[in-house]
Ligand binder design. Structure first.
Ligand SMILES: Nc1ncnc2c1ncn2[C@@H]1O[C@H](COP(=O)(O)OP(=O)(O)O)[C@@H](O)[C@H]1O
Ligand SMILES: [Mg+2]
Length: 259
């Protein structure tokens, strides 16, 4: 039996002549928390967009939960069990907070009077408040549409959504880049909770302290390619930066990582 939850083989995305992602071989095990680091433009977000079906890849294979997958979009990926917080937030401006949280998986209650499914707004509002409490973010009125919220509040709504459903895999693309110190600490607590619950995570972050605190393994992207696969306990910030800048290279990085 394999404990691999996600694998990519030769995952590649070209935008015309731009080779944004080239031949990415990647493995993530159940329960493992892995960071992806790399300079701006290294291909990190492109990698996430191919996995979650936001875009269709140029070539390569994606195996999720033991099966080859071709998601048609993020809702499709979510249905299969992948929760993603994208760098550019995929929230619906015109909806309020509960509607955003439950987008694509609205709670229903049984209607005794007829064959219709009724949306259970009360349950959704209660779950929303519980989820927001986990992120520690203060949102005065969750019934307001989210278009007027601050970047930090919006990010917390997206992360609350991730944290409030058991998923097979969570992917966060720079989740704390726009957040203040306190909100960042809350998000890091959510990530620790996912770890305690054995839920695997891919975390894209530029924050070395955060990465060293939170993850088991670090993957470095450079110019569209994976150039290093580092066990957190066998590396340090300086070493990682050397791979990010290209000062250091790993001749044959080890896809499987350290068990
Ligand atoms: N839709 C697009 N069309 C053309 N080029 C793109 C597109 N999206 C990303 N790129 C390019 O692909 C490369 C990787 O981008 P990206 O994955 O966003 O990097 P990162 O997330 O590591 O900062 C960059 O050179 C970027 O300009
Ligand atoms: Mg990015």
């Amino acid at each position: 039996m394999s404990d691999i939850i996600l694998e990519t083989r030769d995952l590649t995305k070209h935008y015309g002549g731009v080779h944004a992602l080239e031949g990415a071989n990647f493995v993530l095990r159940n329960g493992e928390h892995v960071a992806i680091m790399g300079d701006n433009g290294a291909g990190k977000s492109t990698f996430v967009r191919q996995i979650t079906g936001v875009e269709q890849r140029t070539r390569g294979e994606i195996i999720f939960d033991g099966k080859p997958v071709n998601f048609s979009g993020p809702l499709d990926a979510r249905e299969a069990g992948i929760e993603a917080v994208f760098q550019t937030l995929a929230l619906a401006d015109h909806l309020d907070v509960p509607d955003n949280l439950f987008l694509g998986r609205e709670k229903t209650k049984f209607d005794w009077l007829g064959p219709f499914r009724l949306l259970d707004y009360k349950a959704m509002r209660e779950d929303t408040l519980a989820a927001l409490e986990k992120t520690g973010v203060k949102i005065p009125n969750i019934r307001n549409t989210i278009q007027n919220m601050s970047g930090g509040q919006r990010q917390c709504v997206a992360i609350a959504r991730t944290a409030s459903f058991h998923s097979k895999l969570t992917i966060m693309d720079e989740p704390t880049a726009a957040l203040g110190v306190q909100e960042t600490a809350q998000v890091e607590n959510i990530i620790r909770t996912l770890k305690d619950q054995g839920e695997p995570l891919v975390l894209i972050s530029h924050n070395m302290r955060q990465v060293m605190d939170l993850v088991d393994r670090i993957i470095v992207f450079r110019r569209g390619r994976i150039v290093a696969n580092l066990n957190k306990n066998e590396t340090d910030g300086q070493d990682v930066v050397a791979y990010i800048t290209g000062a250091k290279t790993q001749p044959e990085y080890d896809v499987e990582g350290v068990a």
